[in-house]
Design a protein around this ligand. Structure first.
Ligand code: HEC
Length: 162
């Protein structure tokens, strides 16, 4: 007995699966709305001559959402699903014997999601340009390659300053 509709259903079904699966892998990290009200983890100024200067020279503050704070305080340090950490990069401006915050250079983000970002250590990586919030095209593997140096703290370098 021929059932041509069965083949059609299977075809539609597998197409749906492919779209669904590829949809998961291409889905990126969203702009972290409201991160300025999250917990401040630490700050740092990266100057010329520092290994991170080319990448993130300037003044940065790191912020953690409440799930990321659970991770920073866990021992051993493992971050739960939905943890988001923001690296807010500003231009340092030297003025009147002080260093003050200049314009925002980038909003750099890590989001923990074992389903979407399994290929890069369960973290998604993203960069948004200055205040425009425009996503910058990056190679998440290059982020992951360096962050592997912090594999024993779940790929997160910074520690929470109490
Ligand atoms: C050459 C190494 C290196 C590369 C490449 C790198 N990072 Fe980092 N990243 C660091 C270090 C070191 C810190 C810790 C800075 C601090 O303690 O203030 C950091 C911190 C961060 C943080 C705060 C959480 C943490 O791990 O402390 C985020 C978010 C972040 N990086 C995102 C990215 C993204 C997105 C990329 C790729 C576009 C990237 N990083 C590429 C070295 C790197």
């Amino acid at each position: 007995m021929k059932k041509p509709w069965l083949g059609l259903l299977l075809l539609i079904g597998s197409f749906g699966l492919v779209v669904g699966v590829s949809g998961q892998t291409v889905e990126g990290v969203a702009f972290p709305e409201g991160y300025r009200t999250w917990t401040h983890v630490k700050s740092m100024i990266v100057e010329k001559g520092h290994p991170l200067f080319e990448l993130v020279g300037g003044l940065h503050h790191i912020y953690a959402n409440s799930k990321a704070m659970q991770g920073y305080q866990a021992n051993p340090r493992v971050f739960p699903e939905g943890a988001v950490i923001v690296f807010d990069l500003l231009e340092p401006v030297k003025a009147e014997n002080a260093v003050v915050e200049g314009k925002r250079k980038a909003v750099i983000v890590m989001e923990k999601d074992t389903r979407r970002f399994a290929a890069t250590g369960n973290w998604g990586y993203a960069v948004f340009e200055g205040d425009s919030r425009r996503p910058v095209e990056i190679n998440a593997n290059s982020c992951y390659e360096c962050h592997r140096g912090a594999a024993n703290t779940d790929f997160v370098f910074s520690s929470f300053r109490p």
